[in-house]
Design a protein around this ligand. Sequence first.
Ligand code: SF4
Length: 318
Amino acid sequence: MALLDIEGVSVSFRRARGWFGHERTDVIQNLDLSINEGEIVAVVGASGSGKSVLAQAIMGILPTNAKLEGRISYNGEPLTTERQLHLRGEELVLIPQSVSYLDPLMKVGRQVQPVIRDSGRKRRFMTRSHMKKTEQELTERYQLPRGTGEKYPFELSGGMARRVLMATATSGQPKLIIADEPTPGIHPEVLAETMRQFRELANQGAGILWITHDVTTALTAADRIAVFYAGANVETAQVDDFTGNGERLRHPYTKALWNALPQNGFQPLQGSQPLAGQEITTGCSFALRCSSATVSCTRERPQLRQIRGGEVRCLHAT
Ligand code: SF4
């Protein structure tokens, strides 16, 4: 049984149109993905492919104009709104993209304290010894200057605030970590340390969904890579599949991403991803950019298939 199971999930947003009308914009379409205990799954793809919306859907923090369809299960049970509320901040944590998630009115040290339950209510440890331990951890593990715990978020640089976000999310015993682009602007040494911490948490049994546009770093730390394109996972591959000219990869877009890396010849992919809401009538959303496209690719929408130990949405993958 997977720790997190996402089956046929679609997310759309309702927007006003004209004076009285409205329209729906599809951002994620029919997504399937699973994460096991002890596993790091990196979700990679261009901006606008639906990666961050997926994080919000799992955490239960989608905007009110969003509509979610499909099924998300955690530990074999549906991840309902009530369960999300109960688990969030304890077993289920988010390392968000924006540092604005930090409480601007609370000192950093207090925000990093693990959440505990007291008579059913969530609160944070506040004892002197915990505060001292936190200060030590911020200095040694996250390489923040001594005294950071006594500062407010507005007194931190962007890179420092990101490290505090990491510390906040991982201070308890999380079982499922959703990390949404947690590393931009982080010093390479701290990046390496972050990756080491992810692995340490995974070795302790946590599942980690790591959203990133940095394929190279993802390949150094993840177990599997899920590739997003236009709101769907077009391939899920083992890290070892990313080798040579990409001949072990299954989807033309994944191969293009791999071959666009500087170390692989920097071969750019022409064209751009369809915008959210841009209508892809019946065929493959990648057809206009795909050098392997055939007539059937414009008529039939590829479904997710298991091939060679991975998953792919391509009619012609073998
Ligand atoms: S289904 Fe066709 S267009 Fe889509 S990725 Fe496969 S070969 Fe290319």
